[in-house]
Design a binder for this molecule. Structure first.
Ligand code: GTP
Ligand code: MG
Length: 271
């Protein structure tokens, strides 16, 4: 075990205990956290802006935290929806940790808010190991990224409890291999639901909002297993293997997994 692994495990252990505290605090306030993960430019902000706008139209109290290494650009874009939005600057870190979130969630958003969407730093590696106290972890991939991404980033896709295909309006133009993508998702995370979405055409935006609300209603806890594996002293690469083997990376402490709800008739749900 090299030193980097020791440091990494200490950081993860600290984050894990932070996640437990954050979960309890969120539950007390009736807040449900939705963690969005993808590579840079997959369309997290665009989809989130559509979600926030839709939620506002439906009179649902939602808020968003968006994380980046630098700039307030994404918060400015999301604020156009009229929802309460905050920018988290990670100061060069490639992922969010619970400590950063706790600071921003102190007294914010207003009581009565049901959902807080968290746009993680655009990166499919770093944020995957960090439990943020979320109820739903959503991993996104755009149709332009290639069908092999779930295999190349098995932790990000293996620990997701909802996978979202973005920019579906471009699928034909880029000859998106949808069957190949779905087969690869199944290999790292059998049974996980996959939604087709487009921020341009609003395809699937209602479905994502419904899955998020279902997670809030069920009060289900989804805790990435990997952080605990790390404390048990496994090597990093081992986590990837486990995500592969186990097929899913969440321990389920609640009732039925909301992400596995029956597909909607919009044509967005695939698995
Ligand atoms: N055609 C099309 N383009 C999209 C869609 N969603 C996002 N885009 C474009 O893709 C680019 C990146 O989108 P963003 O929403 O900024 O992606 P992001 O994942 O938030 O990026 P980072 O925050 O930098 O990681 C922008 O130029 C968007 O306009 C979509 O559904 N269809
Ligand atoms: Mg963004």
């Amino acid at each position: 075990m090299c030193r980097i692994d020791d440091v990494r495990e200490a950081v993860l252990a600290k984050n894990d205990s932070g996640a437990r505290g954050l979960r309890a605090a969120l539950a007390e306030r009736g807040l449900t956290l939705i963690n969005l993960l993808s590579s840079p430019g997959s369309g997290k902000t665009a989809l989130l802006e559509a979600e926030l706008t839709l939620a506002r139209e439906r009179g649902l109290p939602v808020a968003a935290l968006t994380a980046d290494l630098a700039t307030e650009n994404d918060a400015t874009r999301l604020a156009r929806s009229g929802a309460p939005v905050k920018q988290v600057l990670t100061d060069g870190l490639c992922h969010l940790e619970t400590g950063m979130l706790s600071r921003h969630l102190d007294g914010w958003p207003d009581l009565g808010t049901r959902l807080v969407f968290v746009e993680n730093v655009g990166n499919l590696v770093c944020p995957a190991s960090y439990d943020l106290g979320e109820s739903l972890r959503v991993t996104l991939a755009s149709v332009t990224e290639g069908e092999d991404k779930p295999l190349k980033y098995p932790v990000a896709f293996g620990l997701a409890n909802l996978v979202v295909i973005t920019k579906y309006d471009l699928a034909e133009a880029v000859d998106f291999d949808e069957a190949g993508f779905l087969a690869n998702v199944r290999r790292v995370n059998p049974g996980v639901e996959v939604l087709r979405t487009s921020a341009r055409t609003a395809l699937g935006t209602g479905d994502l909002l419904e899955r998020s609300l279902a997670a809030a209603d069920a009060g289900t806890v989804h805790q990435p297993v990997m952080a605990r594996d790390a404390r048990a002293g496994h090597h990093h690469h081992h986590h990837d293997d486990r995500a592969h083997e186990a097929g899913h990376g969440y321990s389920r402490e609640g009732s039925a997994q909301p992400a596995q709800a029956e597909p909607e008739s919009t044509g967005a749900a695939l698995l």
